[in-house]
Design a protein around this ligand. Structure first.
Ligand code: ARG
Ligand code: ZN
Length: 463
């Protein structure tokens, strides 16, 4: 082939390929396979924004099998020839887009969907995925595993920064929050707990379906499923449903039960500081699985590992921490994981506030102890993936919050907190957003102060 002919052949090949990818129309391109957050490579997807997930799953602890149907309503943010969903493991049986059969294949933990026609930017579309298999947790390396894990009597789906993709197809990044309807079918006699407002349950032919609705936007890592033998308590608190549950293997009158029983009281105290409780339901779930070595602020219904309550007396500090996240993290969420101190720094500070309110150590003393103990060479902002849950994020973050309070005074400080939460309710934010907001309310520059407390390499002078 002459050089000239080679050029034409190459140009023709490119044109054919491009035509194949775009449906012969330049308006449509493939959506990206992640959202570009370096803390969670592969998580989230580009080109659309999910509005709602309607999930119907069935789980049988006898053989660990889950079958599911996910109906996802989304809006295209770009013209899409195909798009990705995150789904780890499991087998996809069929995918429909707006009712039409869609081509689909797997690429690692991605489900790639090619609808019969391109989706124009701005179009609202529906995706229905039917799938099933034996779910497995994600290997998260340095952060421990996250996701769906079978337990002796059921299962627990839980984990941060990722877990949802182990049990449903999802745009798995907090930057894309959505509302949820979740129904879970399990053998009669087992509980199936999840997020939000209970929608009742019904039994048929040996199986019971539990229905839940979370109609405030929720980040995918804040979804949970807790299936097994639980003592479930349902009631009303401040005019909203409250659902708590304690693993049947833990004593009915022990510290775990006593701690979650304080949920309403702790939430009311936090509302007196932060402003109105942001969601339509309350709750808390204590699991017995020793593999869950943390608590997580799953929306409306935090999950507590059994280790918090092993010392014989109730622990309301962890309850205050997870409930504070309902405001900081769940209602006002992270656009990027590098800013996780916005969640953990404030939740840790809320522990200090609650402890003082509850007759324990004064906030000033918690501050002093943390100030002496923290390693100033480690930054709160952009701590690195391995340090997402490190001291620099939690205690150093809380120190920065208190330093801000000392600098601007109590009245301005609490105005900043309440205004920030009200302004960004149901939204996603960054550290720069917070500093900008605090400066506007205080009417003075605060960036040098917060930089020193959050990322400076040496201990800042006390304000
Ligand atoms: N956000 C949770 C909390 O502060 C911590 C989750 C810890 N996760 C983990 N894999 N260690 O309460
Ligand atoms: Zn936390």
């Amino acid at each position: 082939m002459t050089p000239g002919r080679r050029w034409w052949a190459a140009a023709l090949a490119v044109a054919l390929l491009a035509g194949g990818c775009t449906g012969h129309d330049g308006r449509f391109r493939p959506g990206s396979a992640d959202l570009g957050d370096p803390y969670v490579p592969g998580a989230g997807n580009g080109g659309y924004d999910v509005d709602h997930y309607a999930l119907a799953v069935r789980y049988d602890p006898a053989d660990d099998r889950l079958t599911g149907r996910a109906t996802i309503t989304a809006t295209a943010t770009a013209g899409l020839s195909r798009f990705h969903l995150d789904l780890a493991g499991l087998t996809v049986d069929r995918v429909r887009v707006d009712g039409a059969e869609a081509e689909h294949h797997r690429d690692g933990a991605e489900l790639v969907v090619t609808p019969p026609r391109g989706l124009p930017a701005g179009k609202r579309f529906g995706v229905e995925v039917t799938y099933g298999g034996v779910p497995a947790p994600l290997p998260s390396g340095e952060l421990g595993e996250g996701g769906f894990r079978a337990t002796p009597d059921g299962a627990i789906a839980l984990g941060q920064p990722e877990s949802a993709s182990t049990w449903f197809p999802v745009n798995d990044h907090p930057a894309d929050k959505a509302t949820y309807d979740i129904e879970v079918t399990v053998p009669d006699g087992l509980a199936a707990l999840s997020n939000g407002v209970p929608q009742g349950r019904e039994s048929r032919a040996g199986w019971t379906t539990w229905r839940w609705a979370e109609h405030a936007p929720m980040a995918s890592y804040l979804t949970t499923l807790v299936i097994g033998n639980y003592r479930v308590t349902t009631g009303t608190h401040a005019g909203k449903p409250i659902v708590t549950a304690v693993a049947a293997g833990l004593p009915a009158d022990g510290p775990a039960a006593a701690s979650v029983a304080r949920t309403g009281a702790v939430a009311d105290y936090l509302a007196s500081v932060f402003g109105p409780y942001p969601f339509d339901a309350y709750g808390g779930l204590v699991v017995a699985d020793p593999g869950i070595r943390y608590a997580l602020e799953t929306q409306t219904r935090p999950v507590y590992g059994p280790g918090f309550f092993g010392r014989g007396r109730p622990d309301t500090e962890v309850v205050a921490h997870e409930l504070a996240h309902q405001w900081f993290g769940d209602s006002v969420s992270l656009a990027r994981w590098r800013d996780i101190w916005l969640n953990e720094g404030f939740a840790t500070y809320a522990e200090w506030l609650w402890t003082a309110h509850d007759g324990g150590r004064a906030v000033a003393d918690s501050f002093t102890a943390a100030y002496r103990g923290v390693d100033w060479t480690k930054p709160s902002v952009d701590p690195g993936r391995a340090a997402l849950f490190g001291d620099a994020v939690y205690r150093r973050g809380a120190l920065a919050v208190h330093a801000l309070r000392r600098t601007v005074g109590d009245a301005t400080f609490f105005r900043i907190l309440r205004g920030w939460l009200a302004e960004h309710r149901d939204g996603t934010v960054t550290t720069a957003d917070f500093i900008g907001y605090a400066e506007r309310v205080a009417g003075r520059p605060l960036r040098p102060l917060l930089d020193a407390w959050l990322v400076g390499a040496t201990a800042p002078a006390l304000p």
